[in-house]
Write a protein that binds this ligand. Structure first.
Ligand code: ZN
Length: 289
């Protein structure tokens, strides 16, 4: 059983909600005045059997014990997880909130900045004209922190070395790789870069699209202590508020599909990054919305 399920198993949503607002039994459910909008007639319903809540009034949204805590305490998912874990005595094993991962986030962020800078130079023209061709505007490029990895195979390595990053850490982050002959090279080069974020907005990995018809067309960061393609949904950090509000998520296949949807105002769209949707991705989607 994972941490999320373990917590859900030990807590009763009615008890947790009752700590914040007076609920009264109504048939097989429990009712209260919705804490998320102003109302006189209670339309906030807690379902004991399903361990869920829903506002049938102005909010027209609902969720589980985690989304309730996130909204009422105004917390990110990881913080809500910690709060509920403390209540239940469940040990949080979620590696995404493990502090030893901090250096990996830091190096990923630095690489994101580097790729963004390259995109805005003449070297980035190939990537920027591709984005222009696909109708992606400046605001979207900036919102999704799109970039370009330069050619040459050692440019990111040199840049990060100059900033004092330990190369073993950069290899661990999946940004560099050691060749069979022991030479350390950039993992991504001459590609349009898509930073991939967790639900807290931290960069955990990257996707890169080739710009010269070389194969494979798309490559991703390999698994690292903070990145696993099978559990990640692209664009989730930009979508979770909208998904929670609409209580609906749309999962598309690729980065460009998600980006285009957001640009046209469909903000509850995430991408599965070319894999079939996994159970972990669905779990991630449910707990962050
Ligand atoms: Zn409401």
């Amino acid at each position: 059983m994972n941490t999320v399920d373990e917590i859900k198993d030990r807590l009763n949503i009615v008890d947790v909600v009752s700590e914040y607002l007076p609920v009264r039994k109504s048939g097989s459910n429990y009712k209260a005045a919705c804490p998320f909008h102003k109302e006189k007639t209670p339309s906030f319903v807690v379902n004991l059997e399903r361990q869920s809540w829903r506002c049938f009034g102005a909010c027209a949204t609902g969720g589980d014990i985690f989304s309730f805590i996130m909204r009422i305490e105004n917390l990110e998912f990881g913080e809500a997880l910690r709060l509920l874990a403390e209540k239940t005595g469940v040990t949080v094993r979620d590696r995404s909130i493990n502090d030893s991962s901090e250096p990996l986030y830091k190096v990923n962020l630095e690489a994101t900045n580097f790729y963004q800078k390259v995109l805005n130079t003449t070297e980035g023209l190939k990537a920027s004209s591709y984005l222009k061709e696909r109708g992606v505007d400046h605001k979207t490029i900036s919102n999704f922190q799109l970039g370009m990895s330069p050619s040459g195979g050692i440019r990111l390595k040199e840049h990060l070395s100059s900033l004092g990053f330990d190369l073993d850490l950069v290899i661990k982050a999946g940004l560099l790789r050691k060749t069979d002959s022991g030479i350390i090279k950039d993992f991504f080069w001459n590609r349009l870069m898509f930073p991939i974020h967790d639900s807290k907005g931290r960069v955990t990995g990257f996707g890169g699209r080739s710009l010269d018809n070389s194969n494979p067309k798309y490559i991703n960061t390999s698994s690292t202590p903070v990145f696993d393609k099978r559990t990640t949904l692209y664009g989730l950090h930009m979508s979770s508020a909208s998904i929670a509000k609409e209580n609906r998520a749309i999962v598309v296949e690729g980065y460009m599909d998600a980006i285009t949807a957001h640009q046209f105002g469909y903000c509850n769209v995430v991408a599965s990054m070319g894999t079939a949707l996994t159970e972990q991705q669905v779990q991630n989607l449910k707990s962050s919305a």
